[in-house]
Design a protein. Sequence first.
Length: 203
Amino acid sequence: MTLLGNTTLADVNMGASSQLSLQLLPIIGDALYEDIDLSVSTANLPNNVNNITNAGNFSRNLQAVSSSDGIQADLLKAVNRERAAYKLPPLCLNIKLKEAAQGHSNDMAFKNYMSHQGSDGSTMSQRLQEKHYDSTAAGENVAAGHNSVDKVMEAWMNSPGHRANILREKFTMFGCGYAYDSNSMYKIYWTQNFGKSQTEKCS
């Protein structure tokens, strides 16, 4: 049988010994989108985000986790293929968005969780501020457990909120992170950051 929860999907098999065998399946989080021209909604943020104090001064010193620039490049190509199919302009790589995304993927892998809220309580906006990315609009997609670019893109494109971020016409810049830790629950952790800025440049 299959169990469905808010953020977890698992296959439960009954063996001959009548013991449960639990296999975690890949998951995706809620999609985040913030626009300074609109009233920013916190509907998709974790419940305790609004209780965080001293926000905006986070220092990350994370243990190195396996990552791949090649996988990140492939993910940008996959995003731009989807945008091209809808006659949308391609996104360009921004190093600040990339560093923010990679830092969050590293954090999720090392600290063994999957969420938009960092282990230090940081939000997407705070992570972008930490990298000094000056945004007028920003979005974030996260996922865990998908073992290829194609699989994680399929999951995101089948989710309305995540697909909206990938295909949002307002966005012009992109950065992503991929991290692997064999000791973590889902092994592989993905982050996509999207942005628009009047001052930032492609890199």
